[in-house]
Design a protein around this ligand. Structure first.
Ligand code: GMT
Length: 380
């Protein structure tokens, strides 16, 4: 099959998932075309069956904001037509579902029907999508997609609650590639980060408000008062400066390292004892799954789709949003008990296996076939 993938080529979860999906599909012999404004972060080396089309932007003095939607649509029309793609899979509804609809309408004029699958990832519905400035377009364009998937049951039900959705939304969970995410021996890293065998806690995100990174730091402060420990903060974003300030005011800079954006997070997860995800909302929490695949238990909030991934008292612990005391107590409980830590590590791996790419990717392939079959009957 020839598949076009549209996504945000950044470190965000939707872009990561879209890239990993494309790589997985390509390995299975599908021809995959990424159409984005920049090479996706996880697409750094040459892969057979993978093509990349960069969306060029036109800078004209009249435009205060470059009309990306228009450039992307024009690129999609070109790629779908000349590469003769079978299907477009767009990740994150805004603006991709609307752009895909416009692409479809233009291509119909050229006698080609291109089926579109839209995958909803989270904030495209729960945070940004429901905003009045986007909602009508989001609802319309989702309904115009030939197939709709959501990354958790939570997200499916929120989408149906917020919008009038006329089609069935298929839940296909996010997945993990165990050839990459697995416990590896990185003892020299551990010694460099925690020379006195301190416990290592980690958080990874785009440092947006919704991630509540300040709670990570407050939890860590409480943990570090009970046991020697180190905190690794990976990623970057609008809240980073405030987080650095908080570390300074709490006097924990010596035990905290801001590592910025990192590619090989599996190498850092390999030396981590506990992962912290205190998000205010999370449709799935792909990063928690990545931690669990590396046998790292997760202390998280109990919001959104997180409970579908992190199991309370099994693979970690779940608390209410902002319950810093509770999260710190749970973190200390695990880290202070080697038997519990070992058990939770094993449980985390077992739970992560349920999201193995080998099991989830065929669900996308099957869904594509269903959508293709259905679209054959579409009237021009
Ligand atoms: O969390 C973000 O801000 C990034 C966002 C994205 O679209 O890149 O993540 C969303 O999609 C991920 C992949 O499906 C999910 O694992 C995240 O839970 C989801 N984020 C939110 O719902 C806040």
């Amino acid at each position: 099959m020839k598949i076009g993938i549209v996504c945000y080529p950044t470190f965000g979860g939707s872009g990561v998932l879209a890239t990993e999906l494309g790589l997985g599909l390509a390995k299975k012999g599908h021809q995959v075309h990424f159409i984005t404004y920049k090479r996706p972060a996880r697409l750094s080396v040459f892969h057979e069956n993978i093509y990349f089309h960069e969306v060029s932007q036109v800078n004209y003095p009249l435009f205060e904001y470059e009309p990306y939607d228009t450039s992307l649509t024009s690129k999609l029309v070109d790629v779908v037509k000349y590469e003769n793609l079978d299907l477009l899979h767009v990740h994150y509804a805004i603006p991709h579902a609307a752009v895909a609809y416009m692409t479809k309408k233009i291509l119909l004029k050229h006698g080609k029907y291109i089926p579109v699958v839209t995958t909803l990832h989270g904030t495209d519905i729960t945070l940004v999508g429901i905003d009045h400035s986007f909602a009508p377009v989001v609802e319309f364009s989702i309904n115009k997609s030939d197939g709709i998937t959501a990354v958790s049951n939570y997200l499916k039900s929120k989408t149906e609650e917020y919008f009038n959705i006329e089609k069935d939304i298929k839940v296909i969970y996010n997945f993990i590639d165990f050839t990459r995410f697995k416990k590896i021996d990185k003892d020299h890293f551990r010694k460099a980060i925690a020379p006195n065998d301190e416990k290592i806690l980690m958080h990874i995100s785009n440092f947006r408000k919704v991630k509540r990174v300040q709670d990570v730091i407050k939890v860590f402060k409480k943990v570090s008062e009970k046991m020697p420990s180190k905190l690794l903060l990976i990623g970057d974003g609008p809240e980073r400066a405030a987080c650095e300030e908080l570390c300074r005011s709490l006097g924990i800079c010596a035990d905290t390292r801001f590592l910025g954006k990192q590619d090989a997070i599996e190498e850092l997860l390999a030396v981590t004892d506990l992962f912290l995800l205190p998000s205010g909302n999370e449709s799935f929490g792909l990063v928690a799954l990545e931690a669990m695949a590396c046998e790292v238990p997760v202390i998280s909030t109990n919001v959104g789709g997180i409970p579908e991934v992190n199991l309370d008292g099994v693979t970690g612990f779940l608390s209410d949003i902002g319950d810093v005391e509770g999260m710190a107590a749970n973190a200390i409980r695990i880290l202070d008990n080697p038997e519990m830590l070992a058990r939770f590590r094993a449980n985390a791996l077992a739970q992560a296996k349920k999201f193995d790419i080998d099991y989830i990717l065929p669900q996308y392939e099957e869904y594509y076939m269903e959508v293709l079959e259905h679209s054959r009957h579409q009237a021009f």
